[in-house]
Design a binder for this molecule. Structure first.
Ligand code: ADP
Length: 446
């Protein structure tokens, strides 16, 4: 096992990792920018190192400063959390070159899945169903229109290096294609330094269903069921739940075992998520995330497993905590990402939290790093915290969520709490009858 882990992240996920380390008896090193000197993860860690000024590129993404922090403190492993350097294959290699463990998958797998075109090819090879589309990037000399026509309109133009929904444009008809191609390529170039784009069939009313996996890196891999993340705004997840209201036990077992077998073939190491769109009973692979995800608590609540703790154990050479047959899904869980944003315009609302009262009671969990008097800095994401609720049934879970949302107090800044209070009372949400465009349509009608 590791002796000391450096947590190369901030906010709630840094705290989440710290908690797992404490339970495992592993010493912790927090890193922080000058803007985060008062942050909770800094206060609770055994040691802390300032790695630079507020902008992420100068601090949380500053690899030389992170290496120096490892050296000064004697950390033997780095947990990257999500975002920042978590899916940076080069970072994983640099750590290895310095005899430091990267708590995550093998660098080759990060690289493979980070290239969406290669990821899709690999998925297809491994027997995972994919969205119909161009087989690779659309080359300048290729006839994009012919490819689009063979897929059938509407088509989606996507960035090969994509992430966070950037570099994605829909062409509803032939007349839209040229503009969608150039806009997506420009956006991709600006965001990722890579203008290559590919085409996919644009699904009209799919759900976003993702399968959580756990692999030991030696050919052992299991799946932990699905999360339904269909409630999105600008391709960003807002509300996640599991099990999906749209999936029955038979289709869960089928897609789950397909994914688990693929991970066994890959000899995948650690936690990962294979994301699908699901429409008319069919699954279509869109991408794989090779890290712990924001919404991982949903799976923890229904499986009883501590995913971050298992991730650390496995990275240290440990075995899978249980066999596929031993995985049980109990009850239902929903996570709401409460952001520091205006609930109508979604404009970020950083600033000082004057009053903070997190909800409690049976089946209620808050993963957050804020406290009364904390100032949310303007430099990073706007997550105030994740409210995660569990119940024996989906109906009980909704009942608890309604109560917990009403109880939660965050004053001094604007938050998206009012949006969730409205959503949890919406008939379509109560019925579980929604798809990936539902939330935007709902917001447009408000
Ligand atoms: P990113 O890496 O930028 O997050 P993804 O490929 O994961 O991109 O897609 C993000 C979201 O975009 C999906 O959850 C879904 O809402 C939407 N999306 C992606 N591909 C399609 C598609 N072929 N048809 C319709 N919507 C899609």
């Amino acid at each position: 096992m590791f002796d000391k882990i450096l947590i190369a992240n901030r906010g709630e996920i840094a705290l989440r990792i710290l908690r797992a380390c404490k339970e495992l008896g592993i010493a912790t090193v927090a890193v922080h920018s000058t803007a985060d000197a008062d942050a909770m993860h800094v206060r609770l860690a055994d040691e802390s190192v300032c790695v630079g000024p507020p902008p992420s590129k100068d601090s949380y993404l500053n690899v030389p400063a992170l290496l120096a922090a490892c050296e000064i403190t004697g950390a033997d492993a780095v947990h990257p959390g999500y975002g920042f350097l978590s899916e940076n294959a080069r970072f994983a290699e640099i750590l290895a070159d310095h005899n430091l463990h990267f708590i995550g998958p093998k660098a080759d797998h990060i690289r493979l899945m980070g290239d969406k075109i290669e990821a899709k090819k690999t998925a297809r090879k491994l027997g995972i169903p994919v969205v119909p589309g161009s087989d690779g990037a659309v080359a300048p000399d290729q006839d994009a229109m012919a490819i689009a026509k063979s897929i059938g309109f509407p088509v989606l133009v996507k960035a090969a290096a994509g992430g966070g929904g950037r570099g994605m444009k829909v062409a509803h008809t032939e007349a839209d294609l040229a503009l969608a191609l150039s806009t997506a390529a420009n956006e991709a170039k600006a965001a990722f330094g890579d203008a290559s784009v590919y085409l996919e069939k644009y699904l009209q009313k799919p759900r976003h269903i993702e399968i959580q996996v756990l692999g030991d890196g030696r050919g052992g891999a299991i799946h932990l069921g699905e999360r339904d993340c269909s409630l999105q705004r600008r391709h960003q997840k807002v509300w996640e739940e599991g099990p999906s209201p749209a999936i029955d036990a038979a289709s869960r077992a089928k897609i789950g075992s397909t994914v688990a077998k693929a991970m066994q073939q890959l000899k995948y190491l650690g936690v990962g998520t294979v994301e699908f769109l699901y429409e008319d009973g069919e699954f279509y692979f869109i991408e794989m995330n090779t890290r712990i995800q924001v919404e991982h608590p949903v799976t923890e609540m229904i499986t009883g497993l501590d995913l971050v703790l298992e991730q650390i154990r496995i990275a240290a050479g440990g075995d899978l905590p249980l066999t596929q047959d031993e995985v049980t899904i109990t009850g239902h869980s929903i996570e709401c990402r409460v952001n520091a944003e205006n609930p109508v315009t979604f404009r970020p609302s950083p600033g000082k939290i004057l009053q903070y009262h997190p909800p409690g009671g049976l089946g209620v969990r808050i993963d957050s790093a804020v406290y009364q008097g904390y100032v949310i800095p303007p430099y990073y994401d706007s997550l105030v915290g994740k409210l995660i609720v569990h119940g024996k049934t989906r109906a009980e879970c909704l009942m608890r969520l309604r109560r917990a949302l009403d109880e939660m107090v965050v004053e001094g800044i604007e938050t998206t709490l009012p949006l969730f209070r409205a959503l949890v009372r919406e008939p379509a949400i109560i019925d579980g009858d929604y798809h990936i465009h539902w939330l935007e349509q709902y917001l447009a009608g408000q």
